[in-house]
Design a protein around this ligand. Structure first.
Ligand code: G16
Length: 550
């Protein structure tokens, strides 16, 4: 066994997107593709600046969502890590760790950082997607400075340092020696479950299940299954079968593990039946996203964040109140209304969980959320699907009210932010870029224009100055804001792997309780037409409407 130095050539396009590097499996399995990216990452971490420690001699956490290529990628990364001076790797058994679990393990064990193997909600299998991202010592996604440095390194990389040691047994828990590096194969659930026990009243949840409260959690054949089973069925006494699609499969059993009403239609159908469970929820590929569903009632992620903020004090982990809240810019402003009423600071960040990291580290926010079915808190530095499920269960236990009753009461008090996201997928990249370029060029001429009953009061390209480190991120989405508070936002997705996806976010506020029960798409149709009028989506893409509306 020896450390080899192997020549390599840079690949174009290894720039991480909204959340790490995501590509088709066929791209990742090209000779040296994964190796190059990981070598670049390790080089950057080993060259950390004067005030930062280098990786050599440190501990890294490693695990993924179990999708196709996960197991092979783990072996490759171990060989690179050992040859690049890593002292110890904490590896989830079977190569499995959910994204929030990686964050929990990094934090609890004070690791240097961690590598997550996941393309999140993107489909898996040999024809699907694979992904890799790095989380720093705070447990959160690497910031843009680091991801850019890794990208720059990939462009000049000429050599790999890699061990030729044989594969290790990743299914055997415990310590194994790998060259001069130790690999500690750990239970993927234990650290995460310990964090959940600190936040929630498990006795209350146990009592709910004893009294016959029924739940259906759809893990979508992805990594959330083992976590939900261990905690809900194992510890809290929910009946077996509460968690469905609970076995992580390499191709997610053909499901698209994105917990929204379109892709989790089976859950929606179950929650519409007469004998539906009291509560339903789904998680995505790496278990950081969640969708909350009551009986015949779907909660939008933006509303979920607003309700969590309003009721946080009912949950033991947040009983002393929140320091502040944050949402991504395209997320509805429902939470802003709660924050105002509770006199809490409320931050608006660009899309991407990484932008919450500084605010959480500085103690300026305790809860954060995004329209893309993500909610989380300061307990880790990632969004967290099962945490959100336990939060909503606890909320129902503490108030003895159903999901629907809680949301309707919320709308009555704060008003309803009607909200929808329209995705136009698979657009030619140049068409999408020209659309955004033309929109940007039109921005100066839009304010003051009348669109039906509304006047446009602000048109800009969202830019964010991080209040903690002062870094500036520009071109984060085009916002059209109207005099009645309605918003239309245009962004290109940073997580897709084929062509471009245009995301159109529509929002309108309704204070009148009598008007809060209208079909969402009907209420927002006028804004969708207006968006098309301004951006020429149909004419440019040739598409009659969005491929997915959630
Ligand atoms: C990632 C990011 C989220 C973001 C989402 C959608 O989620 O972590 O912050 O909201 O992508 O991003 P985009 O609109 O650019 O596609 P995940 O669950 O895919 O890691």
């Amino acid at each position: 066994m020896a450390i080899q130095t192997i020549p390599t050539k840079p690949f174009a396009g290894q720039r991480p997107g909204t959340s790490g590097l995501r590509k088709k499996v066929s791209v990742f399995t090209q000779a040296h593709y994964l190796e190059n990216f990981v070598q670049a990452l390790l080089d950057v971490l080993n060259a950390s600046g004067a005030d930062a420690q280098a990786l050599t001699g440190q501990t890294l956490v490693l695990g993924g969502d179990g999708r196709f290529y996960n197991r092979a990628a783990v072996q490759i990364i171990l060989k690179l890590a050992s040859a690049n001076g890593v002292a110890r790797v904490l590896l989830g058994r079977g190569g499995i760790l959910s994204t929030p679990a990686v964050s929990a393990v990094i934090r609890r064990r004070q690791a240097f950082g961690g590598i997550v193997l996941s393309a999140s909600h993107n489909p898996g299998g040999p024809a699907g997607d694979f992904g890799i991202k790095y989380n720093a010592g705070n447990g959160g996604p690497a910031n843009e400075a680091l991801t850019e440095a890794v990208y720059a390194r990939t462009q000049v990389l000429r050599e790999l340092r890699i061990s030729d040691a044989p594969d290790i047994d990743i299914d055997r828990q415990g310590l194994q020696q790998f060259e001069q590096m130790q690999v500690d194969v750990i239970d993927p659930v234990a650290d995460y479950a310990a964090v959940m026990r600190e936040l929630f009243d498990f006795d209350l949840l146990r009592t709910m299940f004893q009294r016959g409260f029924t739940v259906r959690v759809d893990a979508m054949n992805a990594v959330g299954g083992p976590y939900a089973r261990a905690i809900l069925e194992g510890e809290l006494g929910a009946p077996a079968g509460t968690v469905v699609n609970a076995e992580p499969l390499e191709d997610f059993g053909g499901l698209h593990p994105d917990p929204n009403p379109v892709n989790a239609e089976d859950l929606i159908a179950h929650m519409q039946q007469l004998d539906a469970p009291d509560f339903g929820a789904a998680m995505d590929g790496d278990a950081d996203r969640n969708m909350v569903v009551g009986r015949n009632f779907v909660v939008t992620p933006s509303d979920s964040l607003a309700l969590m903020t309003a009721h946080a004090r009912l949950i033991p982990g947040y009983k002393d109140g929140l320091t502040g809240v944050a949402r991504s810019m395209p997320t509805s402003a429902a939470v802003d209304r709660v924050a105002k009423a509770l006199n809490l600071p409320c931050f608006e960040t660009p899309t991407g969980w990484k932008f919450f990291g500084n605010l959480l580290d500085a103690g300026r926010v305790s809860l954060c959320g995004e329209e893309s079915y993500g909610t989380g808190s300061s307990h880790v530095r990632e969004k967290d699907g099962l945490w959100a499920i336990l939060f909503w269960l606890s909320l129902q236990g503490a108030t003895d009210r159903s999901v629907e009753a809680l949301v309707r009461e919320h709308w009555r008090v704060y008003g309803r932010n009607y909200y929808s996201r329209h995705d136009y997928e698979g657009i030619a990249v140049d068409v999408a870029n020209v659309l955004m370029r033309d929109l940007r060029a039109a921005l100066p001429f839009l304010p003051g224009r009348q669109f039906g009953v509304r006047q446009l009061v602000l048109a800009d390209d969202f830019a964010y100055t991080d209040p903690v480190d002062g870094s500036v991120s520009g071109q984060q989405g085009i916002r059209l804001i109207f005099d009645d508070g309605a918003r239309v936002i245009f962004r290109l997705s940073g997580t897709g792997t084929e062509g471009a996806t245009l995301r159109l976010y529509l929002e309108r506020f309704e204070a009148d309780v009598a008007l809060q029960d209208e079909p969402v798409q009907k209420v927002l149709a006028e804004l969708a037409t207006l968006a098309d009028q301004v951006a020429g989506i149909r004419a440019r893409t040739g598409m009659e409407g969005p491929t997915v509306a959630t």
